[in-house]
Design a protein around this ligand. Sequence first.
Ligand SMILES: Nc1nc2c(ncn2[C@@H]2O[C@H](COP(=O)(O)OP(=O)(O)O)[C@@H](O)[C@H]2O)c(=O)[nH]1
Ligand SMILES: Nc1ncnc2c1ncn2[C@@H]1O[C@H](COP(=O)(O)OP(=O)(O)O)[C@@H](O)[C@H]1O
Length: 226
Amino acid sequence: MSRIFRAVILGPPGSGKGTISERIAQSFGLQHLSSGDFLRENIAAKTEAGVLAKTYIEKGLLVPDHVMTRLVLPRLEEITRHSWLLDGFPRTLAQAHALDIACDLDLVISLNVPFETLKERLSHRWIHPASGRVYNKGFNPPRVKGVDDITGEPLIQHEDDKPMALVARLRHYKDVAKPVIDLYKSKGILHTFSDTETDRIWPYISTLFSTKIPMHQADTHYAPSH
Ligand SMILES: Nc1nc2c(ncn2[C@@H]2O[C@H](COP(=O)(O)OP(=O)(O)O)[C@@H](O)[C@H]2O)c(=O)[nH]1
Ligand SMILES: Nc1ncnc2c1ncn2[C@@H]1O[C@H](COP(=O)(O)OP(=O)(O)O)[C@@H](O)[C@H]1O
């Protein structure tokens, strides 16, 4: 059996982590694990962690480290046969240290997208709350304005994607993420990609993964439809 490949994707809210993770998952057969999805599953199932996490997310705050590590690490340990890409975790230095104890990472990608671009994207981000599907006016609009493509249910905008909350959220991200980025830089596994467009970043990420993942493990390659 091939060795498991473990990667993390870092970047501020709106930098395209979810979008790029899906492309990596599709092109290279990695399992996309998203801390936001784990949280939404737990909130929907009303688990103890989910009920607690909801109170923080609603206020636009980070969920405490001990709740996040207890939620995410067991999920990683369950995956013993499949390569994975972790999106949204670690977000703090304490989470990065906990992950470090649990496993060895092969690769960390950091997305560096200008502040103005993030503000613009997030203020146009619309979500289907039940599934977590994400749309963007312009980049990937729903087929019918205001409703989810699959269920036809209404889309909503996160309170913390509204303009007033955005600036504070992005500033806070930067402060908390800096030591995490520095840690992975010092380990020599960090690769940073800077641009305003996902479609311009993607070819570089795709090339990087091609050099790291043996071709027989990779599935068909993702090609943007536009
Ligand atoms: N205009 C534009 N929007 C993008 C681009 N890449 C992603 N988006 C949109 O920006 C928003 C944030 O992307 P997402 O992948 O959710 O970022 P995350 O918060 O880092 O996971 C979503 O509405 C995406 O559809 C891009 O290159 N251009
Ligand atoms: N690793 C984490 N540590 C703390 N809180 C987290 C973590 N991951 C997600 N969250 C919480 O869940 C919310 C939604 O996460 P996510 O879906 O990744 O959205 P976004 O990309 O907009 O930040 C975050 O705003 C935060 O409150």
